[in-house]
Design a protein around this ligand. Structure first.
Ligand SMILES: NC(=O)c1ccc[n+]([C@@H]2O[C@H](COP(=O)([O-])OP(=O)(O)OC[C@H]3O[C@@H](n4cnc5c(N)ncnc54)[C@H](O)[C@@H]3O)[C@@H](O)[C@H]2O)c1
Length: 459
């Protein structure tokens, strides 16, 4: 088949893979190639054991792969052939040098820009898909315009708003697609070409075009606002535990105000994932670099509150289990940073596991998708950790259960059977408020929800 456009995506991760699968699915006349330096990842994209778990993703990949969707490690060839290049490489928090622990590490992104210059023989549109600091496109344009080949690269920002765990659905039915470009003739034309891709399945009213800097900054701001809501309700959960108010009732009462809304209003052990923390840290760093100290402090509190919430959860486990958990078996139900993903980057589970091990508890970690990553995250730590896919085996002989991830399967467990198999007194610390606490209490558990009165059998 003759394809009308060659699209390349550099970076076959949580964003590049699913995004390109959906573009290929919806635009059969375009050839979509996804490249990565990671050979193992590419091999898995070419198998039915995909490198990431997302509901519906395997079906989408299978429908387009080999037809107009290709996964490859041939980066120079891919660049040469492409009309449009999406750059979807990782931009983690910098761990060294200036801005360490705050700024974005742009080394992968810059390497990509140099590769594009080295291997291009014709003009192209370069699309920033990765989340980048505001005004990164300016630097990218500088690198790209250093070429001596008399070819033009137009840089467009098209940040991705998908959420892990619902990526396929988010891509199929996005709230909006954001495309930022220079407000020049070539810039606006490039934005129209990118909008054309999405218009195959996204209604025109949901495709927003802006200037480049608004698009770059909108992504950081969207994540900061979402994380802020979680930190806001988590802050209130701490106050609820002091006052016998119930944070779930507060979420409902407050979220029923249509000006506020009900989403992202559930108290939890805290947010995780690869994006919220790094994007807010990056926002804070940018604000400080412009001398906006108060603005930086304001957003930094969102992260401090998240750290506080995770620390509070661990302290509660230790305090309620009579101030010692040495040699006690604690079953952690869940390790992924949220349900329906195997991703554990910045998962509160990592923090909780490390702290419980420092207190010399024996851990069993149970998660339907994240045990491979959990093993890597906890490798080399002192202490007893076991990994178990079967929740009933995980809790056998345990002193306590700590719910870390809101997987549906944990709600449906037979807690009578679990209670019978556990040490007594049996404790449940529900870091997601997903279990039926009254029922657990009636079975005999001592139950410690988040932001609600605890239910104990102690006198
Ligand atoms: N994960 C999410 O939910 C999410 C959502 C929206 C936006 N984002 C943003 O998208 C970007 C990518 O995130 P991700 O989660 O997909 O990261 P990821 O780590 O899963 O994937 C990035 C991929 O890029 C590859 N890569 C790095 N340098 C390369 C190079 N020079 N050439 C070829 N391949 C290279 C890596 O090998 C890796 O497979 C980040 O900027 C992130 O902030 C992520």
């Amino acid at each position: 088949m003759k394809f009308t456009r060659n699209i390349l995506c550099i970076g076959a991760g949580y964003v590049g893979g699913p995004t390109m699968a959906i573009i290929a699915l919806k635009c059969p006349e375009y050839k979509v190639t996804v490249v990565d330096v990671n050979e193992e990842r590419i091999a898995r994209w070419n198998s039915d054991d995909l490198p990431i778990y997302e509901p519906g993703l395997l079906q989408a990949v299978q429908a387009a792969r080999g037809r107009n969707l290709f996964f490859s490690t041939a980066i120079p060839e891919g660049i040469r052939a492409a009309d449009i290049i999406f750059v979807s490489v990782n931009t983690p928090t910098k761990t060294f040098g200036l801005g360490a622990g705050m700024a974005s590490d742009l080394q992968h992104w810059e390497k990509t820009a140099h590769q594009i210059v080295a291997h291009s023989e014709k003009s192209k549109i370069i699309v920033e898909k990765s989340t980048l600091p505001v005004r990164t496109a300016e630097a990218m344009e500088r690198i790209l315009s250093e070429n001596k080949k008399d070819i033009h690269f137009e840089v467009v920002s098209n940040p991705e708003f998908l959420a892990e765990g619902s990526a396929v659905n988010d891509l199929l039915e996005p709230d909006r697609v954001l495309i930022g470009s220079q407000q020049t003739e070539t810039g606006l034309q490039a934005a129209r070409e990118i909008a054309d891709i999405y218009s195959h399945w996204v209604p025109a009213g949901k495709i927003i075009t802006t200037n480049l800097w608004s698009a770059e900054l909108s992504k950081l701001v969207a994540n900061a606002f979402l994380a802020q809501r979680i930190s806001s309700i988590n802050a209130i959960s701490a106050l609820c535990e002091k006052t016998d108010a119930d944070v779930a009732e507060i979420s409902f009462a407050v979220g029923s105000d249509t000006r506020i809304g009900s989403r992202f209003m559930t108290a939890s052990i805290g947010f995780g994932g690869s994006c919220f923390k790094k994007d807010i840290l990056n926002l804070v760093y940018i604000c400080r670099s412009y001398g906006l100290e108060e603005v930086a402090d304001y957003w930094e509190m969102v992260i401090r509150m998240n750290d506080f919430q995770q620390g509070r959860f661990v302290k509660k486990i230790i305090r309620e289990m009579f101030n010692t958990i040495v040699g006690k078996k604690i079953a952690m139900l869940g390790f992924a940073f949220k349900a329906n993903t195997g991703d554990t980057r910045e998962s509160p589970g990592i923090f909780v596991a490390k702290k419980l091990l420092e207190e010399r508890a024996d851990l069993v970690i149970c998660d339907p998708q994240a045990l491979g990553n959990a093993r890597k995250d906890l490798a080399g730590l002192d202490g007893n950790v076991a990994f178990e896919t079967d929740p009933y085996r995980a809790v056998a002989g345990a002193h306590a259960i700590a719910v870390i991830t809101e997987w549906d399967m944990f709600k449906k467990l037979d807690f009578e059977k679990i209670f019978a198999a556990m040490q007594k007194p049996a404790f449940v610390f529900d870091g997601r408020n997903i279990l039926d606490h009254d029922r657990l209490f009636r079975i005999g558990f001592n139950v410690f929800p988040l932001g609600k009165p605890s239910l104990t059998h102690f006198r």
